[in-house]
Write a protein that binds this ligand. Structure first.
Ligand code: FAD
Length: 495
């Protein structure tokens, strides 16, 4: 007999709801806990998981496997070629090990929900209980609804007030689970073959080159110990200044924890609790402004997962605001390639896209600027950008990415109004006033002095500009703005 925990986007032993429940059940019955992780190349493909993220996941698994082994808990990592066979493969393992219970944390993407529903049914047919439990959000989707109408919130601010109130009324929402206890000693011998298995390589289409691997591994150390270390460092030293520094991409003003939230090497509960405790109280809305604002940012992650859970069509390539389906996009491959490759001629856009290419990460302010530029200035379908981000981000998370693109393209939940169109030059002057971020990522512009850094084509002598080897703007902002306004209005049927 045994109990199984199925790891997915929850690659940690500490404060992991399903893992804790599985471990408790195993302990009560004095039977071993066995953990599994399924490597699914087809899922990586279907979800556009970036090679950087696949590598981060595999590195985190290696650390998790060692930590669990120290508790005599085996972690069996199995590659399943056909994603539709995953439920059967899990049940085969359960039968082989005589497991009566399988635990996992719920994922809210449609494919995953369907798979979990199928596994529940198939498991029940075999007399096995599959328990999928909420874990990834601090407040579970479905717990918050507007008082008067009972509807789900489609705007962040009232949702956030309800989210905070819920946590204040249910302090147990921030109770953290201890890691599992040691397995019975016999587990080490019995499952020796699992302890001895190596971590598989990334699928061929998700391999990093040696150079990329070295670069990204030194930038993004994996695993839950690193995550907790980073969280501690951020909360003790930098969170106080978060509010004033978080919008400046040239400074180290944000936590850089998104990669850990996405892989589940850190739970949002742990992060919120740690921040709240630092604020010296049990409320989320009092105390240091830096801490309050950071908590409200982590809450956006919950918000977008709630949106996904309540409006699953957002998972199916449809905008949250259905009326935005009718906008006539431009189909300009040249412009899209210039955006992807960081050669639009707008330094702030190009710096951001090159940061993404180089580090598999982009600062939040820049994500908003480049997304607005794609969907409005270039008038390209925002889904192209959404896709490109998933293919390259190390912190790619469907709900947050879809939410961010919906916000910037005005087609999402609680978005920027369609007529608010970022002027990339003004954004650049405001958030990178000295041009440090631009100079860091665009070597061609390193010697450009003063305000010309934001608009070298417009502000330098022609010969000086041409000698830089930096492109001219692919579109003129004023023209692009007018075109976007007209096209959005037309699509929305407004005069
Ligand atoms: P911090 O500022 O330290 O914030 C702490 C945490 O709060 C983040 O790690 C993240 O989990 C959460 N958070 C902060 N802002 C947001 C937000 N706007 N939406 C949702 N969660 C937020 N975030 C992802 O994790 N994955 C994505 O794929 C992703 N794609 C995005 C695409 C676009 C177009 C936009 C505008 C935003 C996207 N974001 C995404 C949100 C945000 O940019 C990143 O979470 C943030 O930049 C990560 O850096 P950090 O950990 O230092 O954030």
């Amino acid at each position: 007999a045994a109990v199984i925990h199925w790891f997915k986007c929850d690659l940690r032993a500490y404060d992991n709801t399903a893992l804790h429940l599985a471990a408790e059940r195993a302990r009560e019955s004095d039977i071993p806990l066995i953990c599994i992780y399924i490597v699914s190349p087809q899922d990586f493909q279907a979800h556009l998981t970036s090679p950087a993220r696949v590598d981060f996941i595999l590195r985190s698994l290696e650390i998790l496997k060692k930590d669990l082994a120290a508790l005599d808990i085996p972690l069996y990592i199995k590659t399943v070629a056909k994603r539709k066979e995953i439920p059967d493969q899990i049940l085969e393992l359960a039968e082989e090990w005589g497991a009566s219970h399988i635990y996992a944390n719920i994922e809210y993407e449609v494919d995953e929900l369907r798979r979990e529903a199928l596994l529940t049914r198939k498991a029940a047919e075999k007399g096995i209980a599959f328990n999928a439990v909420p874990d990834t959000c601090v407040v579970e989707p479905g717990k918050l609804s507007a008082k008067t109408s009972g509807n789900q919130y489609a705007a962040y601010s009232p949702w956030y007030r309800a989210w905070m109130a819920y946590i204040h009324e249910h302090p147990e929402a921030l109770e953290l689970y201890a890691p599992p206890a040691k397995n019975p000693r016999s587990a080490r011998e019995k499952f020796r073959y699992i302890f001895e298995l190596e971590i598989p390589d990334a699928p061929d289409d998700k391999l990093l080159s040696d150079e990329e691997g070295r670069r990204l591994r030194s930038l993004w150390p994996a695993g839950e110990h690193e995550a907790r270390k980073m969280l501690g460092g951020f909360i003790e030293k930098r969170i106080g200044e978060y509010e004033t520094r978080r919008n400046i991409p040239s400074v180290n003003g944000t936590s850089m924890l998104s990669v850990h939230f996405a892989a589940g090497t850190l739970s949002a509960r742990t992060a919120i609790k740690r921040a709240r405790d630092m604020n010296g109280g049990c409320r989320l809305d009092t105390g240091s402004e830096g801490i309050r604002v950071w908590i409200s940012e982590v809450a956006w992650r919950d918000f977008y997962k709630h949106v996904l859970a309540h409006w699953p069509y957002t998972c199916m390539n449809k905008p949250f605001k259905i009326e935005y389906t009718n906008i006539k996009w431009e189909y300009n491959d040249e412009h899209f390639a210039a955006w992807c490759e960081g050669r639009t001629g707008y330094p702030i856009i190009d710096a951001a896209m090159r940061q993404l290419a180089n580090t598999a990460y982009m600062h939040n302010r820049c994500r908003m600027i480049v997304a607005s530029f794609l969907a409005k200035d270039l008038l390209l379908d925002w889904r192209l950008g959404e896709r490109f981000f998933m293919e390259h981000l190390i912190d790619g998370d469907f709900a947050s990415n879809n939410g961010g693109w919906g916000f910037s393209s005005s087609s999402g939940v609680d978005p920027q109004p369609y007529f608010r169109i970022f002027n990339p030059l003004l954004q650049s002057e405001k958030f990178d006033p000295e041009g440090e971020y631009i100079r860091k990522w665009i070597p061609e512009l390193r010697e450009v002095k003063g305000m010309a850094i934001h608009d070298p084509c417009g502000r330098l002598e022609r010969e000086v500009f041409e000698a830089l080897g930096y492109p001219k703007p692919v579109v003129e902002h004023k023209f692009a703005r007018d075109r976007a306004l007209a096209r959005y209005k037309e699509g929305l049927g407004r005069s």
